[in-house]
Design a protein around this ligand. Structure first.
Ligand code: DOR
Ligand code: ZN
Length: 352
């Protein structure tokens, strides 16, 4: 069996910089036409000038002949100036602004501390410029249980934000709960959407502790209970246009995952398409796969859909145990050493 689908895009991707960027970008470029590139570098990408420079280094790191297009984002801080949003829009290469509540995740120490107060003028300019806000939807207060952080974020930050600025375009990134699903489903007006990762569709929080601590299944927002996983699967396989593909592929070297204080992030770029296909196939909903991978994202962002095609072939293939890095380090992908059923073609596309 074989599926031919319009080339997908990844609406949430961490590409890093330097040698790690060179090692990971081919995996995304193999399958995806475009990707929204997260700005949480060290230091973060907070200006249009920095985003333009980062984009250049991504283009340089691409395999020759690749048509992969990075769509850049700015990292919102307490000091972001509304004029920066005008510059970003004018640049033609910045497509969104990312909100990390301060301290929420990897390299988020420069994140926002007072969204509804200090950051309001920037958000108002984003409405003017029709610039989407991509939210890492977790509160960071230490008195909120880590499994409740998304729900509390929705109730205390996201609802009030959208009441104040109903025309603001918002993407709830990497949703993990039935609360987020309901929130997106019930928002009227079409200005709120969500990206969904392979791990939050295929794993629940048991995967963190299966036979011992499993650092390669640790990401943020952390995996949740099975009922939440099922709610997310139902949402995406129902064909709702407000949900689309965002891998949140977040590479960290093996040593930084298997450590006393391990980093959050799952490296899923090489397996993501096979993983999404598995979800839709198991739900008997393959007819909605293409919209999720290739239509809903560009439609929400107001960008053209890709024209080329890729194939997904129903054929078992083994995920590598790891990818070797130049400096002797290793990257362990999601489903390392396991078999997956759907093999994405990498070379078939563009001519079709
Ligand atoms: O697990 C995660 N890793 N979640 C994030 O939000 C950030 C990401 C990273 O940059 O490693
Ligand atoms: Zn992310």
């Amino acid at each position: 069996m074989e599926l031919s689908i319009t080339q997908p895009d990844d609406w949430h991707l961490h590409l890093r910089d330097g040698d790690l960027l060179k090692a990971v970008v081919p995996h995304s470029a193999n399958h995806f036409g475009r990707a929204i590139v997260m700005p949480n570098l060290k230091p973060p990408v907070t200006t249009t000038a920095a985003a333009v420079a980062y984009r250049e280094s991504i283009l340089k790191a691409l395999p020759t002949e690749s048509n992969f297009t990075p769509l850049m984002t700015l990292y919102l801080t307490d000091n972001t100036d509304p004029d920066e949003i005008k510059l970003a829009r004018k640049s033609g290469v910045v497509f969104a602004v990312k909100l990390y509540p301060a301290g929420a995740t990897t390299n988020s120490q420069d994140g926002v501390s007072d969204l509804l107060g200090n950051s309001l003028p920037v958000l108002e300019e984003m409405v003017e410029q029709n610039m989407p806000l991509l939210v890492h939807g977790e509160v960071t207060n230490s008195d909120v249980d880590i499994f409740d952080r998304e729900k509390v974020f929705i109730d205390t930050i996201l609802r009030p934000l959208l009441q104040k600025l109903p025309r603001l375009k918002v993407v709830m990134e990497h949703i993990t709960t039935q609360d987020a699903v309901r929130f997106v489903e019930t928002c009227r007006g079409g200005s709120v959407a969500a990206t969904v990762t392979p791990q939050h569709l295929l794993l629940n929080r048991n995967a963190l502790f299966q036979g011992g601590l499993q650092p390669h299944n640790y990401c943020l927002p952390v995996l949740k209970r099975e009922i939440h996983r099922q709610a997310i699967v139902s949402a995406v396989t129902s064909g709702n246009k407000r949900f689309f593909l965002g891998t949140d592929s977040a590479p960290h070297e093996r040593q930084r995952k298997e450590a006393t204080c391990g980093c959050a992030g799952i490296y899923n770029a090489p397996v993501a398409l096979a993983a999404y296909a598995k979800v839709f196939a198991e739900a008997g909903a393959l007819e909605y796969l293409e919209a999720f991978t290739s239509f809903n994202g560009p439609d929400f962002y107001g960008l053209p859909r890709n024209e080329s095609k890729i194939k997904l072939i129903k054929q078992p293939w083994k995920v590598p145990e790891y990818y070797a890095l130049k400096d002797g380090g290793q990257l362990v992908p999601m489903f390392a050493g396991r078999n997956l059923d759907w093999l994405p073609s990498t070379l078939h596309e563009r001519s079709i």
